[in-house]
Design a binder for this molecule. Structure first.
Ligand code: FAD
Length: 583
C-alpha cells in the first residue's frame, strides 16, 4: 500500500528496505515482492506521480525540472572547465525518480559498455550476453501514438514484446524528419543510417530513437513496475520520507552491520521548514540504496561510510574509511548547438504560443495523439571521432571499444534550452551533441552533516584535453551534418558562437555553452571483490559492511553509450536476480 505518514506504516521491520522509488528502486521492489513471503518497504523522499499531468503528457516532461517541487533542485559547484559556471543539476524527486521527469529516450548502450564492466569487475555476469537477457522481461515494444508503419525504423528482434515497460517509436511526425533521414543518405560515410541502435552490437550511426512512451503517455518505473506491485500485501511504499542515514548495529562476520534506516518527513524540495523528529525502520535481510548517483553517496557518507578526512572534517563518526565513496563522478556533457531556420514549421511557435499549446493539449486529451504524445526529438546518432584524430597521439581512446561512440547527436525541432529562456521570435533547429566518453572525473561530497543540506556536486566538466577536444570536434561535425543538401533550403545558419571557425573560438563557444548531459554515474562504482578501490562488489554489496547493497546508476564505473534509464533498468533487473539467488 502507499502511505503518506510514518505513523501509518503497519510494521517496523521488513525483509528489505529500499531507499528511493526511482528508476532502479521500483524494479527491485516489484521483482522482490513477486515472492509473497518477502516483505519490502520503499522510502521515497518525493511526492506521488499520481495526477502530475506533466509527468503523463510526454511533451510537457521538460517542464518538471529544474526548479520545481518534482526536482531536487541541485546545482553544481563552480566548474572551472566551463568558465566557472555553476549549473542546475536536475534529479527527479517523486515516485519514479528520474524516469518520471526525464525526456524518455530509451536505449541500452553498446555491448562493450557491459563487457567493460565485466572486465573491470572480474564478473562475467555483467557481460552483455548475460545482461541483454533482461530486455525481454523489461521492455514491451508497442505501436507509436500515430499508429504509423514502423518498418525500417527499428529491428523487432532487438526488443521485448511482453515485458513490463511500454516503449515506442516517435508518434509525432516532425517536418524535419525526412531531412534527417536524407542527411544519412547524403553523408552516409560520416553519418550512416542505423535502423536500430537497440541491439548492443551495432549502435553507431543515426536513426529513429525509441522512447519510454506507450499509448501517447509516459512509461515510468512508477507507472509500470510500481503500479503492477502496489496492490501486493507484502509491499509498502511511503512518500515524503527522506532517509537521513543508515544506523550501524554491531558486527556480522567481523564487518559493521547496517540493518536500520533512519528517515524523516521530507521538508520538501523548496521549503526551509524544519523536518519533524526522525523515524526508524529495520531491514531484517538487506537495505537497498537506490537513491541515485547523487543521493546514494550522500547517504553513505552521512552513515559514516566514506573518505575518512572528509567525514572527520564534518564530525561524522567514521564506520568505514572508503576513499572511493562519492569519487569518480562522471557525466555526459551536452552542447545544444542551435541553427536558425526558415519558415514556421519548427516547434518554436508552439512553445511560445499558449493558444497553440492549448490546442495541442486538447488533441492529446481527446485521444493521446499529436505533438504532446512525443518527446523533444525523434532522432539520435552515436558516432566516433575519426581514428586519425590528433588527440589519440596523446590520449588513449577512452571509448568502451571500437563498436562504441565518442559522441551522440540529438536532433530537436526547436531551440532546445534546458533550464534557460529561449528567444521570443524566430525558428530554430537544435543539433545537440553529447560527449559520451568523458575522461574528466568529479566528486560528490557533503557540504554539511545536515542530511537536508544539498551536497557539493562537482562533475569537473571539460577538464581534460580529450574532453575539450572531443566536444569541440562535435561542434564542427554538426555543422557538417547541417551542410548536407537536405537542409539547403531550410537552415539559415548557426547561432552565436557555433558560427566560429577557428579551434580557439570554437573552444570558447564550447566552454560558454556546455551543460550537463543529465547522466551522472560512478559515485558508488563497482570494482572486483577484494579491490582496494571502488564502493560495491560486483554483486552490488557495499564493501566493508554487512547488510547494504547499492542498486542505481551510481554503481556504473563508466557512463554508458546511452541515455541512462535503459542501462539502469537492465542493471536493476540483473540485481533483482542477484537478490533472488541469495534468498
Ligand atoms: C531532466 C532529465 C532528463 C533526462 N532524460 C533522459 C532520457 O531522455 N533518457 C534516459 O534514458 N535518461 C534520461 N535521464 C537520466 C535518467 O533518467 C537517470 O539517469 C536514471 O533514471 C537514474 O536512475 P536511478 O535509479 O539511479 O535514480 P533515480 O531515478 O533518480 O531514483 C532515485 C530516487 O531516490 C529518491 N531519493 C533520493 N534521496 C533519497 C532519500 N534520502 N530518501 C528517500 N528517497 C530518496 C529520489 O527522489 C528518486 O525518486 C534524464 C534525467 C533528467 C534529470
Amino acid at each position: 500500500a502507499l502511505y503518506h505518514d510514518p505513523s501509518q506504516l503497519p510494521r517496523s521491520a521488513y525483509d528489505y528496505v529500499i531507499v528511493g522509488a526511482g528508476n532502479a528502486g521500483n524494479v527491485i521492489a516489484s521483482r522482490l515482492t513477486e515472492n509473497p513471503r518477502t516483505t519490502v518497504l520503499v522510502l521515497e523522499a518525493g511526492v506521488s506521480n499520481e495526477g502530475v499531468i506533466a509527468s503523463i503528457v510526454p511533451f510537457l516532461g521538460p517542464s518538471l525540472a529544474p526548479n520545481t517541487p518534482y526536482d531536487w533542485n541541485f546545482t553544481t559547484t563552480a566548474q572551472a572547465g566551463i568558465n566557472n559556471r555553476s549549473l542546475s543539476y536536475p534529479r527527479g524527486r517523486m515516485l519514479g525518480g528520474c524516469t518520471s521527469v526525464n525526456y524518455m529516450a530509451h536505449m541500452y548502450g553498446s555491448s562493450e559498455d557491459y563487457d567493460r564492466i565485466a572486465a573491470v569487475t572480474g564478473d562475467p555476469g555483467w557481460k552483455w550476453e548475460n545482461v541483454k537477457k533482461n530486455i525481454g522481461k523489461h521492455e514491451r515494444i508497442v505501436p507509436p501514438s500515430d499508429g504509423h508503419n514502423t518498418t525500417g525504423q527499428y529491428i523487432p528482434a532487438n526488443h521485448g514484446t511482453d515485458g513490463i515497460l511500454p516503449v515506442s517509436l516517435p508518434g509525432n511526425a516532425q517536418a524535419i524528419d525526412p531531412r534527417v533521414i536524407a542527411t544519412t543518405k547524403d553523408l552516409a560515410e560520416e553519418f550512416p543510417f542505423n535502423e536500430d541502435m537497440g541491439g548492443g552490437e551495432n549502435i553507431l550511426g543515426v536513426g529513429w530513437a525509441q522512447f519510454s512512451i506507450g499509448g501517447g503517455m509516459r512509461s515510468s518505473s512508477a507507472t509500470t513496475y510500481l503500479t503492477a506491485a502496489l496492490n501486493r500485501p507484502n509491499l509498502d511504499v511511503i512518500i515524503n520520507a527522506q532517509v537521513t542515514k543508515l544506523l550501524h548495529n554491531g558486527t556480522v562476520g567481523g564487518l559493521p552491520s547496517f540493518h536500520t534506516v533512519q528517515f524523516s518527513r521530507s521538508p520538501g524540495a523548496n521549503t526551509t521548514a524544519p523536518p519533524v523528529a526522525p523515524s526508524v525502520v529495520s531491514a531484517t535481510k538487506e537495505i537497498v540504496l537506490s537513491a541515485g548517483a547523487i543521493n546514494t553517496p550522500q547517504i553513505l557518507q552521512l552513515s559514516g561510510i566514506g573518505p575518512r578526512a572528509d567525514l572527520e572534517a564534518l564530525h561524522i563518526p567514521v564506520v568505514v574509511d572508503n576513499p572511493s565513496v562519492g569519487r569518480n563522478l562522471s557525466d555526459h556533457v551536452l552542447l545544444a548547438n542551435i541553427f536558425s531556420v526558415k519558415g514556421n514549421d519548427s516547434l518554436d511557435d508552439l512553445l511560445r504560443d499558449p493558444a497553440l499549446l492549448s490546442a495541442a493539449l486538447t488533441q492529446w486529451n481527446s485521444n493521446h495523439t499529436g505533438v504532446m504524445s512525443g518527446s523533444v526529438g525523434n532522432h539520435v546518432g552515436f558516432l566516433r571521432l575519426p581514428s586519425n584524430s590528433t588527440i589519440f597521439h596523446i590520449t588513449p581512446d577512452p571509448s568502451a571499444g571500437p563498436k562504441s561512440s565518442h559522441w551522440e547527436l540529438f536532433v530537436a525541432d526547436f531551440f532546445l534550452s534546458i533550464g534557460g529562456t529561449p528567444p521570443t521570435t524566430g525558428s530554430y533547429l537544435t543539433l545537440a551533441s553529447f560527449l559520451i566518453s568523458p575522461t574528466s572525473r568529479g566528486s560528490l561530497k557533503l557540504a554539511s552533516s545536515d542530511p537536508f543540506a544539498k551536497p557539493l556536486i562537482d562533475p569537473n566538466f571539460l577538464t581534460t584535453a580529450f574532453d575539450i577536444f572531443a566536444l569541440r570536434e562535435t561542434a564542427k561535425a554538426v555543422k557538417r551534418f547541417a551542410a548536407s543538401a537536405a537542409w539547403a533550403d531550410y537552415i539559415v545558419g548557426p547561432v552565436g558562437g557555433l558560427a566560429s571557425t577557428t579551434d580557439s573560438d570554437i573552444e570558447t563557444y564550447v566552454r560558454e555553452q556546455a551543460s550537463t548531459g543529465l547522466h551522472p554515474v560512478g559515485t558508488a562504482s563497482m570494482s572486483p571483490k577484494g579491490a582496494c578501490w571502488g564502493v560495491v562488489d560486483p554483486d552490488l554489496k557495499v564493501k566493508g559492511v554487512e547488510g547494504v547493497r547499492v542498486v542505481d546508476a551510481s554503481v556504473f564505473p563508466f557512463v554508458p553509450n546511452a541515455h541512462l534509464q535503459g542501462p539502469t533498468y537492465l542493471l536493476a533487473e540483473r540485481a533483482a536476480q542477484l537478490f533472488k539467488n541469495d534468498m
